[in-house]
Write a protein that binds this ligand. Sequence first.
Ligand code: HEM
Length: 226
Amino acid sequence: MRRVVQLYKSTIGKKIMMALTGVILVGFVLGHMIGNLKAFQGAEKIDAYGEFLREMGSPIFGHGQVLWLVRIVLIVAFIVHVIAALQLTRVGQKARREKYAKSLEYEASTYASRTMRYGGVFLLVFVVYHLLHMTTGTMHPDFQIGGIYHNLQVAFGSVVVAGFYLVAMAALGFHLFHGVWSGFQTLGLNHPRYNRYRRPLAVGVAVVIALGFVAIPISFLAGILS
Ligand code: HEM
């Protein structure tokens, strides 16, 4: 544990934690996107899928217990990812004030790193709104507990809400592209042997996940789902 804390204190340690928590978060968004596609099989299927998630681990675990374990892992990964990002931003800013740190000055102001920060803050706002919208129903006009299809149908009946989701998924796509791209380097996979997979993998992850997600709001807008 002490070695993990020691590693975390260094810049590379923070980047490694960002990359590892990023892998967990990418796994979640990929699974979530695939789960959402159940909407194309109809209300019954996607609502039953939601119930399955709550029943996971039964009968050894009680209702929702495994789901909560998964949520805790996700929440911890998300918090570590955000805190490491904030701390790395500060390291970059400090380096910019110190004249000698030329390489860090350059690194701290690349197009990719700026997109990651602003895009990351936007995604944070989206996730908070999304939880209040689709999970607690606080910001949903006609929320039904367990009525996932109904909740999606009502939500994406509004062009403004669907539009906001589309913009957020575009931001997610950029974030995933830059994240997978730089995570490759951080995790030491930028060996010449693997380098040719780096760009296609980053583009592939970003495009597949973003397109899979936007398929739902677009289909409701276009009347493919109703
Ligand atoms: C068009 C895109 C999306 C749609 C239509 C969508 C839909 C939903 C729905 C219907 C739920 C509630 C599921 C249930 O009641 O069991 C949900 C939960 C959730 N979504 Fe999304 N989602 C989208 C994108 C995202 C993205 C990009 C993220 C993360 C960056 C995300 C994170 C979450 C989280 C954390 C939950 C709560 C899961 C839980 O703990 O029960 N969603 N989403």
